[in-house]
Design a protein around this ligand. Structure first.
Ligand SMILES: C[S@@+](CC[C@H](N)C(=O)[O-])C[C@H]1O[C@@H](n2cnc3c(N)ncnc32)[C@H](O)[C@@H]1O
Length: 313
């Protein structure tokens, strides 16, 4: 069975879910606190005649009801970045501190990497990896436009990410980026993108079970590498913009088995449901309930999945 029908059994108010999937997604922007304050951006949007609406759960996000996010001067000056509401969730959940070392394993085009840099006051290091050169070009453009100085871009397959260029596992102040394992990692994997249906109406038509199965293997390998590269006690946030349990809870279940880590609770001030512990006859580790599923009809957003892991060994 194909989406959206295959999710009838796990989505509350399925008719409202289907209706929301057919509505276009409002444009949203994030204030880039490296170059501007929320007050600066409000004043600039008003001066430019751009209507904006605040977002309840995140004071640095605005919805632009009548405008596209990249069509105004605060965007060109790097004061704002077009980023939909749910896309701002994972970096907020990872909550890096200034001065830390953070790996963004699938970083292009950089919405979340630049948000991480802003949360860190542009201090410490964000290693932003992607395996797609074309998308890396967009990532570089965004890091420059937004004025970040603590992001290092690497072009590699995250499954084989090596700490060697940074000096191995031990921290050494003389080495670029100190050479140490990461304090935190963000794993915003490639996925079947079902949750982007409101901005990409072809998302369900392009869906195939063989793609879901294939990408789920890639997701498992990238998440495993992120857990291995993060120090004990550090945090790893896993996210997708899809509803498929094969790419969400099944990936978590796999990594809970193969690596030293556990799922942890986190606050999410958006309406959501917990992860599903059973799907098409397969049972997952009960702790996958701690993951959060965000459906389009709950908060008038895109669809999203987010989980937080703590590295234990
Ligand atoms: C969901 S997008 C990331 C969006 C990004 N985090 C942001 O907020 O702007 C997934 C990214 O993973 C990249 N990707 C796919 N396979 C990868 C791999 N094996 N290693 C590293 N990156 C990969 C894709 O090129 C794509 O840019």
């Amino acid at each position: 069975m194909e989406p959206p029908e295959r999710y009838r059994a796990i989505v509350d108010d399925f008719a409202a879910f289907r209706a929301a999937c057919e509505r276009p997604l409002p444009s949203a922007v994030r204030v880039n606190t490296i170059t501007a304050t929320v007050a600066d951006v409000r004043a600039a949007l008003e001066a430019a005649g751009v209507a904006y609406e605040p977002v309840d759960w995140h004071e640095e996000l605005f919805v632009l009801p009548d405008d596209s996010p990249g069509a105004n001067w605060p965007y060109f000056h790097g004061w704002i970045h077009g980023q939909e509401e749910v896309s701002a969730v994972p970096a907020a959940v990872l909550a890096p501190e200034p001065g830390e070392r953070v790996w963004d394993a699938c970083a292009a085009p950089g919405s979340k990497a630049t948000q991480l840099a802003a949360l860190m006051d542009d201090r410490g290091e964000v290693v932003a990896t992607d395996n797609n050169l074309g998308r890396i070009s967009a990532l570089r453009t965004n890091t420059e436009r937004l004025g970040t100085t603590n992001i290092a871009v690497t072009h590699e397959d995250a499954r084989n990410h090596s700490l060697k260029p940074f000096g191995g596992a031990e921290y050494d102040r003389a080495l670029p980026f100190g050479g140490a394992e990461y304090d935190r990692a963000l794993v915003d994997v490639p996925c079947s993108c079902e949750g982007t249906i409101r901005k990409n109406p072809d998302a369900f038509d392009e869906w195939s079970m063989s793609h879901v199965r294939g990408i789920s293997g890639v997701q498992k390998d990238i998440l495993e590498r992120a857990v291995q590269a993060t120090k004990a006690g550090g945090s790893v946030v896993y996210s997708t913009c899809t509803f498929a349990p094969e790419e969400n809870e099944a990936v978590l279940d796999h990594v809970l088995d193969s690596e030293d880590c556990e799922l942890v609770e986190f606050d999410l001030p958006l309406d959501h449901r917990g992860g599903v512990t059973e799907w098409q006859g397969e049972e997952f580790d009960p702790s996958v309930r701690l993951a959060k599923r965000i459906y389009p009809h709950f908060n008038d957003t895109g669809g999203f999945f987010c989980a937080k892991l703590e590295v234990t060994g």
